[in-house]
Design a protein around this ligand. Structure first.
Ligand code: GTR
Length: 344
């Protein structure tokens, strides 16, 4: 009896394996005339997905597309990466989880939400640690900066490159001229705990939420304000509902392009090399597009009637958030020292 019940399963299993084997090979083996090259010799064909929260013409998406194009070229069309902009594959936190599982292979996200998956990246949410873009990039390109990107591997993610994201500034529905004006406001931040401490230190109330919910929350008055760089303030239309921008530049939170560690570990050395090189090369395009877009966004929001307040004296802002630096200084000592070094 036992044999009888088992036999059909074995036959079905074998048939299925043969079928799957044939189906898998169909994509990989090419026949040219009489010559058939093996998958090993030619390399496998892949189609991957890359998720980005921003719209199609946004500098990070232009960087993603350059990356995909370079991968395609370098692999002679063998590796295809389809870029999904506009949060089509989900909001950043959910996407990162999917990438950890290998369900989505690539993403470009901000290191803000990444900090909840890998504490080391939280350092970028600490306030006023970089003086300007040159300082930030000197650090990102240093050994310590590269080490931080590599540390993602312990979180089932493989960091491939940093992309530019300028400086983040506060904006609100009510005018803000000084740090005192933020007191009591409900402000949306990226989802990580350092941001909550930051907003607490300012005497305001933090409201962490996904990026895609911020516009309607501002519009309906669920929150009084938020913070972001010029390109996001512009492309998300936040400037239409929170017209008062104060250029305090409290954070420079780099963007990160990454691949699932699950996917990475299945790739051959040649494909890993192609992907890494393409990501590194795409940074140039992303940064050029960033510089252009940032200027255009600034002009656009000003022309649309946003009130932009420059901060001439940062000291009161820095003093106010000093408790945040004090709280995290020992945890991030090595990296903060390296960031100080990069200033010189
Ligand atoms: C932008 C960043 C996005 C997203 C967003 C946010 O600057 O590029 O990836 O993290 O900020 O505030 O949620």
């Amino acid at each position: 009896m036992k044999l009888l019940t088992k036999q059909p399963t074995v036959i079905l299993g074998t048939t299925l394996s043969v079928f799957l084997l044939l189906a898998g090979c169909a994509d990989d083996v090419k026949t040219t005339g009489n010559v058939t090259t093996s998958p090993q010799a030619e390399g496998k064909k892949y189609t991957f997905r890359l998720a980005d929260t921003h719209p199609d013409n946004y500098p990070t998406v232009l960087g993603d597309k350059k990356f995909a194009e370079l991968v395609n070229q370098k692999s002679n069309g063998r590796i295809k990466i389809d870029v999904f902009p506009n949060s089509q594959l989900g909001e950043e936190k959910a996407v990162i989880e999917q990438v950890q599982l290998g369900a989505i292979e690539f993403t470009r996200v901000s290191s803000g939400p990444l900090a909840e998956f890998n504490k080391s990246l939280g350092v970028f949410s600490l306030p006023y640690i970089f003086d300007n873009a040159a300082h930030e990039w000197k650090f990102l390109e240093s050994d310590k900066g590269k080490e931080l990107l590599s540390s993602l591997e312990s979180s089932k993610l493989k960091g491939l490159a940093y992309y530019d994201s300028g400086a983040r500034n506060f904006y609100s529905k009510k005018p803000v001229k000084s740090v005192e004006d933020l007191k009591g406001m409900k402000l949306r931040v990226q989802q990580n705990k350092i941001n909550i401490d930051l907003i607490d230190a300012l005497g305001a109330n933090a409201s962490p939420m996904p990026y895609g919910e911020v516009f309607s929350s501002l519009q309906t008055g669920v929150i009084d304000g938020a913070e972001n760089n010029y390109p996001s303030y512009d492309s998300s239309n936040h400037y239409q509902v929170a017209k008062n921008l104060v250029l305090d530049g409290h954070q420079r939170v780099p963007e990160v392009v990454m691949i699932s560690k699950v996917t990475w570990d299945k790739l051959g050395d040649e494909d890993k090399k192609i992907i890494q090189e393409a990501a590194t090369e795409s940074v140039k395009t992303q940064r050029e597009e960033w510089a252009k877009f940032e200027k255009n966004s600034e002009a656009k929001v000003k022309a649309a009637g946003a009130t932009v307040t420059e901060v001439t004296d940062l000291k009161p802002w820095q003093d106010k958030v000093k408790p945040v630096i004090d709280k995290y200084r020992s945890e991030y000592k090595d990296v903060l020292d390296a960031i100080d070094q990069a200033r010189k």
